[in-house]
Design a protein around this ligand. Structure first.
Ligand SMILES: NC(=O)c1ccc[n+]([C@@H]2O[C@H](COP(=O)([O-])OP(=O)(O)OC[C@H]3O[C@@H](n4cnc5c(N)ncnc54)[C@H](OP(=O)(O)O)[C@@H]3O)[C@@H](O)[C@H]2O)c1
Length: 287
């Protein structure tokens, strides 16, 4: 449940990789993946104004509009895409313009969930959240979400407007946002972990993860996603992919049960690494 009134299936889809690097899919293939995600039961899709400079939002509209009633589209604003560098830009007038442009590209009158992509340290938080609150009062966005925030920033933001979701980097190997996740679970805030499978598929899988995957006849990526779903009811993972086969594999993880023994073993993976990570990574992967 997002914001107390939007019900979504627990495994969402991150659309970022449908446009842009590294795959640079042709539009026909990308639209097909977006449609297949819905056919397989996805009801929550994450995008951003800065993903391929708006192309990502346009692609989703081309593929999926008119949207089914059940679909929740979340977008983000407040981060400028300069290629290798992604720079927070939270001036209120910019946020309001970007929300208007997202509405136009997505062909919506209201965005269900509008997330502040990054808090801009150069702009008072009250002005950034205040801009989103104004958009909410105008009916242009339904719920406000945050991305890459500390627990302290989340608490500060909540004093200004109700916060429906937090999107932080979090996965089996990176638990640095555990404190934020815990708070979200206790306060009815959806926690949307980005980068939910990539570390596992890109060399950071561990012997225990691989062993459980082998024993269950599934992949380490599926174990990573199933662990997220079991770890907290607040978690709404948004795995992204440019490949149909990976999409199908990832979504199958939604119905993968884990035993208590599996969970105990997996809970140990990365559990020593719980220091809050407050720095915004500057690599392209930090999108
Ligand atoms: N809030 C933020 O700051 C932020 C930052 C980054 C991303 N995001 C959002 O989070 C979503 C997910 O993040 P992400 O795409 O960076 O990371 P991810 O979903 O963890 O991983 C995607 C990567 O893993 C590969 N992959 C996916 N499923 C796989 C599988 N079953 N087997 C093997 N490889 C697999 C993909 O390659 P293939 O394409 O080859 O499958 C791709 O390289 C994005 O789409 C975006 O919406 C938000």
């Amino acid at each position: 449940m997002i914001g107390g009134d939007l019900t979504v299936n627990r495994l969402g889809f991150g659309a970022m990789r449908l446009t842009g690097p590294p795959a640079w899919l042709d539009r026909y293939t990308a639209r097909g993946i977006a449609r297949r995600a819905l056919a397989l039961g996805v009801t929550f899709i994450d995008t951003a104004d800065s993903y391929d400079f708006g192309e990502n939002e346009e692609l989703l509209a081309d593929a999926l509009h008119p949207y089914p009633e059940s679909l929740v589209i979340a977008t983000k604003g407040g981060q400028v895409n300069l290629g290798a560098d992604w720079i927070p830009l939270g001036r209120p007038e910019y946020l309001r313009q970007q929300a208007e442009l997202s509405l136009r590209r997505l062909r919506l009158n209201q965005v269900d969930l509008y997330q502040l992509h990054r808090i801009d340290p150069a702009v008072p938080l009250a002005e950034q959240i205040g801009a989103l609150r104004l958009l909410q009062e105008q009916g242009k966005i339904r719920h406000i979400g945050l991305s890459e925030v500390t627990l302290e920033q989340l608490r500060q933001a909540e004093k200004i407007a109700p916060i429906a979701s937090v999107q932080n980097r979090y996965n089996l190997a990176d638990r640095s946002a555990e404190d934020v996740l815990h708070y979200c679970g206790q306060h009815g805030i959806a926690f949307i972990p980005w980068f939910p499978v990539a570390p596992i598929t890109q060399g950071q899988s561990t012997d225990p993860t691989d062993a459980i995957a082998t024993r269950r006849g599934v992949t380490p990526a599926q174990i990573a996603l199933a662990w997220l779903l079991h770890h907290s009811l607040a978690i709404l993972p948004i795995p992204g992919t440019s490949q149909l086969a990976h999409l199908e594999e990832n979504l199958a993880a939604a119905s993968l049960p884990l035993t208590t023994d599996d969970l105990t073993t997996l809970d140990q993976v990365g559990s020593g690494q719980t220091e809050p990570r407050y720095q915004t990574p500057s690599s392209a992967l930090s999108r």
